[in-house]
Design a protein around this ligand. Sequence first.
Ligand SMILES: CC(=O)N[C@H]1[C@@H](OP(=O)(O)OP(=O)(O)OC[C@H]2O[C@@H](n3ccc(=O)[nH]c3=O)[C@H](O)[C@@H]2O)O[C@H](CO)[C@@H](O)[C@@H]1O
Ligand SMILES: C=C(OP(=O)(O)O)C(=O)O
Length: 440
Amino acid sequence: MDKLLIRGGRPLVGEVPISGAKNAALPELCAALLTADPVTLHNVPRLQDVATMLRLIRNMGVQVDRIANPDCSVADAAGIVRLDAGGLSTPEAPYDLVKTMRASVLALGPLLARFGEATVSLPGGCAIGSRPVDQHIKGLQAMGAQIVVEHGYMIARLPQGCTRLRGARITTDMVTVTGTENLLMAATLAEGETVLENAAQEPEVADLAEMLIKMGARIQGHGTSRVRIQGVERLHGCEHAVVADRIEAGTFLCAVAATGGDALLRHGRADHLDAVIDKLRDAGVQVAPEEGGIRVRSPGAAQLKAQGFRTTEYPGFPTDMQAQFMALNVVAQGTATVAETIFENRFMHVNELLRLGAKIQTTDGRVAVIEGLGGAAPTGARLSGATVMATDLRASASLVIAGLVADGETLVDRIYHLDRGYDCMEAKLRGLGANIERIQ
Ligand SMILES: CC(=O)N[C@H]1[C@@H](OP(=O)(O)OP(=O)(O)OC[C@H]2O[C@@H](n3ccc(=O)[nH]c3=O)[C@H](O)[C@@H]2O)O[C@H](CO)[C@@H](O)[C@@H]1O
Ligand SMILES: C=C(OP(=O)(O)O)C(=O)O
């Protein structure tokens, strides 16, 4: 199992390219299942999750050609993926592939809409929470699908005599990102109008809608909480570039801030990170959109003020940035309270940060109070390197940030979590001057 060895203490300085977003690339690969024409995606990040999704759709009979630069030392190596689902023969997503990546559930809507049938394994829970998919099922049932859950699989089909889903008005019980994406994709080929109320407004959902529109879908209101879709009989191929990864950019913002660095995040979209950038500015970090990216300058963690926040749906503070911002709070000055409202078990990084010397108390698993070490700097209290274990994707990133500011060596174990969602993380950090290496 790969590990990352970090020798902390160096400010991150220079330029770093931000890759395409995992959470846009995954639904967009599934959107290619909606058409028999070829689809070309640009700016596809080099991630384990992308590899898993490509395996999943290849397994269905989709032709996949990946034109990617595998060299992580290259600054900008946006991948191109050509997909041809014209010969798709098996509208199924088996457990073996789905179990390693929850986003596999995104195959359900497109397969059902185009083929009138789909068999997709239930994704099951994961480390950060139970993550049911009842809203996906409820929405597709409202569009006329018959869905049974048997032997761990969702088996979906259209009623006898029906050839298309039918449009419906759907209000999900909560805002769900992949739920909105599944229903959005399904609705593009349904008969009549679908209205999605309480829809997720995340930039990745809007980017998926932009891609679907290029394929001939008729969609209005994407990026807001009410999305209207007029179904069409068929969609055609398209070329689309995956939107920049706001969570990768946010992670680098926190890393540069914590190390007292100065960097330009090329391709980063400040307009997708308002809630995070506001908190960074309140902390005392300079963050500004600049030609082609985001500029971040930090006076050093000991000069920064820890910031409290609550995670909420977009445009609120993203749950996917909670762990990384917590690592910054750990080394800043003052006390901050962080509340996680989206997932019930997303504080697993806390115990590992404690091993590095952080001062954090959690109450019910939903609230953490962080006493920043920056305030204690004159007394010499600092993070000190240790061996820590990554437990999930963003927890891994928070441990890397902590390792970058800790004294001595930090060894981050189980970084396969990190590889799921960060494109060449250690090569990018090395490009900014970090002392970090992968140990195989
Ligand atoms: C691939 C992808 O895009 N992943 C993102 C997506 O996950 P994902 O789409 O799985 O997360 P959701 O937005 O669906 O989950 C939000 C909340 O709703 C609950 N829920 C959701 C669906 C459902 O049918 N029933 C239900 O109870 C979940 O358990 C969770 O508590 O959004 C999350 C919230 O921003 C992010 O952390 C993930 O990075
Ligand atoms: C939780 C995440 O991803 P996923 O939904 O793919 O597990 C994430 O990107 O932080």
